[in-house]
Design a protein around this ligand. Sequence first.
Ligand code: PLP
Length: 461
Amino acid sequence: MGNDEFVSWYADVSLLSDVARRAAAYLHDAPSRAVTPSESSIAALQGLAGPFPDSPSDPHEVLELLDRYGSPATVVNAAGRFFGFVNGGALPAAIAASWMVDAWDQNVALRIMSPTGAILEEIALGWAREALGLPTDCDGAVVTGATMANFVGLAAARHALLSRAGWDVQNDGLFGAPPLTVVVGDEVHVSLVKTLGLLGLGRRRVHAVAVDRQGRMRVDSLPPLDARTVVCLQAGNVNTGAFDPAKELCARAHDAGAWVHVDGAFGLWAASSPRYRHLVEGFSDADSWATDGHKWPNVGYDCGLAFVRAPQALQSAMASSSAYFVPGQQREPSQFTPEMSRRARGVELWATLRSLGRQGLASLIDRTCALARRFADGLRAQGFEIINDVVINQVLVSFGPPDLTRGVIERVQKDGTCWCGGTEWQGRTAMRISVSSWATTTNDVDMSLAAIGRAVDACRS
Ligand SMILES: Cc1ncc(COP(=O)(O)O)c(C=O)c1O
């Protein structure tokens, strides 16, 4: 095949109309499909296997294969009844922006490669910073998720604290460096601990502070802090949704010269709702923050955000250049991120925030919290025990003995009306319900409550 034929395929934009038609059909059918794909549709994915083809294929044919085999084997995250993990649903404007980003094929490493990508990212970061109630002087980075956002915030912390101690960690690494102490709560998210390993700070070296029954760090259990300590707070525990007492913890840490980092993967967005803003009181006093666009704001995968109060610390930790890769005078995106080549994720964030506006974002937060309460009330009414304080969009329910709860979770997942995961919370087995999608309706919650009730009956009989 000659190059001309490839180019003619590229110029054939009917492929994009075809994908739009197929994607629309997928989304149209999503609410009536089982949330989990059938075993047979997963097995059928082997239709996409086989040897690496010798010759090129028509893109229409590739798309047809993807839709025929791929679509039925997806988990239906796009409708309103997936309540696992903390998965948001992608808003229509986010999906549309993602398609534009794909068509534009921008590399947002340097402004010169993508003025659109760089400038929209700056605007979106500014809007997000405002929605999260963070200080106006902090800068940020758009990354792949809260794990990487935690990595970015903690890399800035590591740089700043060691630099104050006269050590250049970027150039000299950690061998022989003054030791840093990292303080976390006992219910720290596993992804933050993972980043400590990646940063050479050690997963096991953390000092874990006792927490209360909701997973909030106990101020009276803080160890002595100093100017070589990073204190990691949580805004929104992945199980209970609880918030650490940030005001007091930030004051204690800053009095000692310590750095405060916040993992606010989803909970930090409570700041955008007048009704829930009180929960994030004090978190804006921190030094760095990690959150996700793809969780509560429903940006679509993948989109994480890191913010750092001292942009210089962030830039020093992330900047790089070479003879062929020369940052310009204005803000250069890749000087704030671990990646060099980057998708224009800021565009999807921009489109999502532009489409929601301040009121839309607040109402997304309020609505999902109200639906979580509806779940909790409905489960209590059926005689089940809610084991967390439902402060935002997370619900933990026990159906009795651990085996019964595990059995119910398995049945609910197989039934396909909705999807809920399991967890262990302070020695108790529970089902987790996270209401994080714009698409969830009261009817979705009621259908799910009925499905859960049926699963309990079946397990008891
Ligand atoms: C509190 C918290 N931190 C970090 C993460 C990791 O986020 P991501 O999967 O976007 O990397 C999560 C994911 O649920 C979370 O709840």
